[in-house]
Design a protein around this ligand. Sequence first.
Ligand code: 6CS
Length: 344
Amino acid sequence: MNIGIRIRRLAAGVTLGFATLSAAAADWKFAVEEGPGDVQTLYAEEFKRLVEERTQGKVKVTIYTYGQLGNENDLTELTAVGAIQFSNASPGHLGTFVPEVQVLSLPFLLPESDKAKGDVLSNSKALYEDLAKDFTAKGLKLFTVYPEGEMVWTTKKPVRTPEDLGDVKFRVMTSPILIEQFKLYGANPVALPWGEVYGGLQMNVIQAQVNPAFFIESAKFHEVTSHLVHVGDVEYTTTVVANADFWDGLSDEQRTMLGKVRDDLQTFILEKQREKNAAAVEKMLKDNPKLSVIKLTPEERDVFRKRAEPLADTLVGMVGGRSGQILEQLRADIAKAEKAVEAK
Ligand code: 6CS
């Protein structure tokens, strides 16, 4: 079915029973890209709790988990057209809609320290002033950005070098820069929505995928692969977006309340994702004692770092516009956050 028709049908289904979806709507819909118990769902549940409590029940938040309203890209479109008010739109999938967001997918860029990383994702000028304009141009308000954990590869054989990836069809998310990244790494990348990954691995249509540990465990990708490879190249980040017209139509009081909810949730979600990722590796090893865990040495990691060096220029060349400027500002924000952590 044509995507336009699918989105209109989805939008019609979601709005059924609601006369309008203006800012005054007492029912805010929040769709996440993950399933029950996953990091984005925990965030949305805490958001719901705080919003309902702080509006004394005047606003009700309804959460939709992955698949209830469509796949990752459908959720972004539904938010942009105003059928739902909030959704997660991760840079790994958002690159075809807001191409500039792919700066967040560049490997070896974000700070390694959790403190500095949290600071950049919560406060960076590059994100909340510069990149936010590209979201607005697409009908989206950039509400927040948070990390979901280090990206870990699951493969069907040991992988330590780009040569090991030569015959591997590697599933990546749907943003174009990820195809370029994994080509540089020496693999054969294939972009897919995550709902197709378990079956793809099982049927051997793909032989590897990459995700944070908590998600690998919850989607059971470790059942259909045999190695967990920690490269340490990139963090999974997600953005939460709101419909821009809905946001503009909120009262000052509602926007202030939401700003406070957002700040409170940053601390909550940083801790939650850390706990979940740590527990997931242990759980996977318990489920499957044969699972082999590979951690690249600093030298092995450097080989991938070198391979990835041209990627930033590829991105700026591909996206054009203000992407170079956003990346430069992001690098400055990162340097500042790292320096502040070192000074402590
Ligand atoms: O691999 C994916 O596509 C999914 N991974 C995570 C951690 N969240 C949602 C996303 O779509």
